[in-house]
Design a binder for this molecule. Structure first.
Ligand code: PHE
Length: 331
């Protein structure tokens, strides 16, 4: 019995302890045996033997239970130690996606104009001649159509070459002023070099009010504020230009954000970067939608150009190659 007690004390695991328990209480265990012998014992010895067997049973049961509890506690402590994690450690680098720089730039532009109370409008990518050209004061055979290399469909429709067609669609939808909208989206032109891709994105803007409430001065203020929001503290310059659907028309430049106007490769030594087309809406455009006694201004910008300037990306085409090494830099 002394020997058994020593074994219990020495048990180093729950498994070892269970083995000792079976030695005592198993089918052929020592204690089980004691109780079995009781049955065949002489009546005068029975009581004494029974008391002794009960005492041993209780003594060892208690011993095993105590040992079991302490082994379990030790095992749990060990497990806690092994499975512990340091929640203050930084996680390993998990690969996760991010907005494409063009979409990120587009979102930034949209957010700005939404905050200025502009609605966000859209039109179809496959457009008809009327909305893309005719209603924008670009009649058939007008030489200005050559400014845009158009993809035509066999049925005479075309892939829209700019978002300006949404100006027309929005006025048709609103039926009367006021209009205060932007129209972001993809446009298509037959062009492919360092600064041109056959698909790119524009954000159009159009503001129309009753009477002569809207003037070039409003356009100038709105665009200056917008460009400083996008590019920081830049100078803004309005340069006379031509678009058939605006009169007067201007292209808008900002002082070069790379050389601050000193002259560098990006601004081709001019100190200026062209970022927008804009102007006062030509009366012929209002005529096309049957609006009278209204005034408005419009602008259009290339989102890729903005993204390239904001991120210093030299080749426009790299924005569409899907090269993970480029995209990962915009997380
Ligand atoms: N649609 C012109 C372009 O694609 C930009 C523009 C929009 C100019 C609105 C003036 C007014 O170049």
């Amino acid at each position: 019995m002394q020997e058994i007690k020593a074994k219990i004390d020495a048990a180093a695991s729950l498994g070892e302890l269970e083995a000792v328990r079976l030695e005592l209480f198993g089918k052929k265990g020592i204690i089980t045996q004691l109780f079995a012998e009781l049955k065949s014992a002489a009546p005068e010895q029975k009581k004494e033997l029974a008391v002794s067997a009960n005492e041993k049973r209780d003594y060892f049961s208690e011993l095993i239970a105590t040992k079991k509890a302490s082994l379990e506690a030790a095992e749990q402590k060990e497990a806690m130690k092994n499975e512990a994690i340091d929640v203050t450690l930084f996680n390993e680098n998990v690969s996760c996606g991010a907005l494409h720089p063009v979409m990120e730039t587009m979102d930034k532009i949209i957010d700005y104009f939404i905050a200025q109370n502009f609605s966000v409008e859209s039109g179809p990518l496959i457009e008809d001649d009327f909305h893309n050209f005719e209603a924008l004061n670009l009649p058939k055979y007008h030489p200005a159509r050559d400014m845009q290399d158009t993809f035509y469909l066999n049925d005479g429709r075309l892939l829209r070459t700019h978002t300006s067609g949404v100006q027309i669609r929005t006025m048709e939808k609103f039926k009367a002023p006021p209009v205060r909208m932007i129209a972001p989206g993809a446009v298509f032109r037959r062009d492919m070099d360092l600064t041109h891709t056959p698909m790119f994105h524009q954000v159009e803007g159009l503001v129309v009010e009753q009477g002569d409430r809207v003037s070039f001065a409003n356009l100038k203020y709105v665009l200056e504020e917008f460009l400083r929001y996008m590019f920081g503290d830049v100078k803004v310059r309005f340069r006379p230009s031509f678009f058939p659907f605006t009169e007067p028309s201007t292209e808008v430049d900002i002082s070069c954000i790379f050389c601050h106007g000193e002259g560098c490769r990006v601004c081709k030594q001019t100190g200026w970067l062209e970022v927008l087309g804009s102007g006062v809406v030509d009366p012929n455009v209002f005529k096309a939608v049957g609006w009278k006694n209204v005034s408005g201004y419009a602008f259009g910008l290339g989102v890729e150009r903005f993204a390239m300037l904001l991120h210093g990306i030299p080749d426009l085409r790299s924005l569409f190659e899907g090269d993970i090494r480029l995209l990962e830099q915009f997380k």
